[in-house]
Design a protein around this ligand. Structure first.
Ligand SMILES: Cc1cc2nc3c(=O)[nH]c(=O)nc-3n(C[C@H](O)[C@H](O)[C@H](O)COP(=O)(O)OP(=O)(O)OC[C@H]3O[C@@H](n4cnc5c(N)ncnc54)[C@H](O)[C@@H]3O)c2cc1C
Length: 402
């Protein structure tokens, strides 16, 4: 691959740089007005994110890789990469609900009806409707095919009953992508018994109870579905064909090319921490072991970046990211955790001081992101499941059975 920029990409980068130079100061000022202890899920934080999303959207920077016909910019692979890198380098926050733009929208584009595309895609791009993903259940996480939520035909609707869990952003979402059983014959193979729905989170019968995490935030919830009616025209793809559509959604989810760039960004913060933290009268950045560790993180981040580009290339050619997206995702998530662990080591006893503590370093940024990073090797599929996917679907190894 040739990564030198074409004149069109140079022009895109210049336009983006100018836009960020002009708008980031206002963004930081506005974000700085939030209380130091503000919960990421607070009304103030949400309002700020919506405001920032609108700014990005108005400038044409939301869904930049989406085709023009669906309101995107139709950006090239390199333009997408330039955008991700510049945003990460400048620590610019994302817009509203990455889930809508990142994987609900692409799934609708790939498998939805024309009516669904027209109805949902513009509102996803505009940040007017926020999405969540209602796949996992108390007895169905890794083994998603064990999902028990049922959707039964009744006139023009399906009537849905069941319970979902770990629904990120469920409390604030307007719509959900939902996987539910529509074939109840015990002889039907499990993978042919599910359908994929777009569910109105404000519909009667939908209740979301927040779950508070060890970071202090309540970012996800339990979703209870009690006789929820979903019109038939909100099924994506054919009846009982939902399993394969949901696998496509998970590939979009795992192919997030910016996570490796975010690791690179985190490494920059780690270097700053090592430069500022003294041990035995010297900054830790002069300690040979610390330097070796950080250099190794940097190498692995770059490997992750190029794996991300490969998945992105497939996507922009109109294909799904493919099982290889699990390689990049696994690498980025595990690397992210190791970087966070190392930051705790660098901070030493200060790593116990969280947001709002008087002597906390950077207002407890590292302990907080360390705690949040624990979930990274679980969400989007656990590390063990991703290794299984790589073994079976990329390397062609036989399925493991006991
Ligand atoms: C931060 C976060 C956000 C999330 N957001 C969402 C969301 O928005 N929507 C949603 O639907 N879900 C969400 N999830 C749920 C997530 O998809 C599940 O937690 C995940 O799939 C694991 O399922 P589980 O928790 O039931 O664990 P289990 O599947 O019970 O796994 C328990 C352990 O067994 C191991 N294991 C299980 N099966 C195998 C196997 N075949 N081979 C080897 N090891 C195995 C696992 O690796 C794990 O270590 C989120 C989770 C987290 C942590």
């Amino acid at each position: 691959m040739d990564f030198s920029l074409s004149p069109q990409e140079e022009a895109f980068k210049k336009e983006l740089d100018d836009w960020l130079d002009k708008n980031l100061a206002e963004m930081r000022q506005r974000r700085g007005r939030q209380p130091m202890n503000a919960d990421m899920e607070s009304d103030e934080a949400q309002e700020f994110t919506r405001w920032w999303h609108k700014k990005l959207h108005d400038a044409g920077y939301i869904g930049i890789a989406w085709p023009k016909e669906y309101g995107g910019r139709g950006a090239t692979i390199m333009e997408q990469v330039i955008f991700n890198e510049e945003m990460a380098k400048r620590r610019a926050p994302p817009g509203v609900g990455g889930l809508g733009v990142g994987w609900a929208g692409p799934t609708i584009m790939a498998a939805g009806s024309e009516e669904q595309k027209k109805r949902f895609l513009p509102k996803i791009l505009g940040g007017d409707e926020v999405w969540c993903q209602a796949f996992s259940e108390p007895e169905a996480g890794s083994d998603l095919a064990n999902s028990q939520t049922r959707a039964v035909e009744d006139g023009d609707d399906y009537v849905v009953n069941g319970q979902k869990v770990w629904t990120t952003g469920g409390m604030r979402a307007d719509w959900a992508i939902l996987l539910a059983k529509t074939d109840f014959d015990p002889n039907t193979p499990r993978h042919r018994s599910f359908s994929y729905f777009l569910m109105d989170m404000h519909a009667p019968g939908v209740t979301v109870r927040p779950l508070r995490e060890m970071t202090g935030n309540a970012a996800f919830g339990e979703t209870f579905l009690d006789n929820v009616r979903i019109p038939k025209n909100l099924m994506v793809g054919p009846k009982n064909g939902g399993w394969y559509i949901s696998m496509g959604t998970l590939e979009f989810e795992r192919s997030n090319s910016s996570s490796a760039i975010q690791s690179l960004n985190t490494i920059t913060s780690l270097i700053e921490l090592a430069q500022k933290t003294e041990r035995n009268g010297h900054p830790l950045s002069k300690d040979p072991l610390t330097r070796q560790k950080i250099a190794q993180f940097y190498i692995e981040s770059n490997v992750g970046k190029y794996i991300g580009l490969r998945a992105l290339t497939r996507q922009l050619r109109g294909q799904t990211p493919g099982p290889e997206s699990s390689v990049g995702s696994l690498l980025a998530m595990e690397l992210g955790q190791r970087i966070e662990d190392f930051a705790m080591y660098l901070e030493g006893p200060y790593s116990q001081l969280v947001r709002g503590s008087k002597h906390a370093i950077n207002n407890g940024m590292w302990p907080r992101s360390f705690l949040a990073s624990r979930g990274r090797t679980i969400m989007t599929g656990t590390s063990e499941i991703k290794r299984n996917i790589i073994a079976q679907r990329t390397l062609g190894l036989p399925r493991y059975t006991t």
